[in-house]
Design a protein around this ligand. Sequence first.
Ligand code: 3HC
Length: 301
Amino acid sequence: KRPAGAPDKALAQKVTKVGVIGAGLMANQFALLFVRRLQVPVVITDLDQTRVDKGIASIRGEIDALLQKKRISPDEANRLNDLISGTTNKSDFADCDWVIEAVFEELGVKQDVFADVEQYISDTAILATNTSSLSVEQIGEKLAHPERLVGFHFFNPVAVMPLIEVVRTPQTTPEALATAMATAAKLRKNAVITRDTPGFVVNRVLAKLLGEAMYAVDHGTPFEVVDKAVAPLGLPMPPSELLDLVGLKVGAHVLDTHHNAFPDRFYRSENLHKLAEYGTLLEKDSKGKVKGFDKGALKIV
Ligand code: 3HC
């Protein structure tokens, strides 16, 4: 049975090469997933060679970690390493049939990135954005063919979170939507089709939770108390850890986007912006295990 609103599977286009724009936290994680699950070449670009090299090194490090854990064989590790490449030359995107971006979460930046890459790609390539809360339709406003754009929203950590939100704009073609659904299935993720509305579904709910946690903190409840108080809800991690995982800058930005769209329903935390400048809420050991609250960060509250 087709999921609600899903187009005919037969309309899905073949994905034989993937282009990834951005070599940051999310892009590196999903680039690895694409190469593992689709077994096709994946080419990654960013603003300069240093950023590209850093992204590629992080992906190769993850491939090595999978090998060490014996999740993949040495042959598989070699194959994945061969299929991944970095470039600063957009002509390398010419034969990509699926191009996805995870650049800075700023409307103008994403619009320009797509308008630029469209000059290099084929007419039939599908474009996807990993935006977490911007309007996909607005992101496509500078495209000659906005109907080929679809939202494809991953969650952090990409390797383990089971969901992708596939966002349909009023223009998105059934072919683009079908390709997105088929690609999500190949990545072994559950996909839901959402409306192009601020925060889609997941972040709308998450922004409420994290916004209320920040409201409590900003009005005098220590973060430790908020974490302890919500523990009975059975969240996989307390609000402080979730904010650190998402990234305080991204978290503050997501809250702002929701607040701007629905000022009377979502809280904007100035304090979270200050904390984001500081960096992190929690101290962690070298393995990423939480040691406790970062005392410097708590002083800012
Ligand atoms: N990156 C990559 N893999 C990770 C990871 C990370 N940061 N954290 C954990 N993992 C992997 C582990 O390596 C392990 O994999 P393995 O079984 O292959 O070794 C697996 O996840 C389970 O890890 P743990 O044994 O440490 O298990 P936990 O029970 O502690 O689960 C968790 C960790 C899955 C991260 C869990 O705490 C969780 O689900 N947290 C909530 C995460 C969440 O809500 N994410 C959404 C954020 S919102 C978002 O991304 C949207 C954006 O737009 C803002």
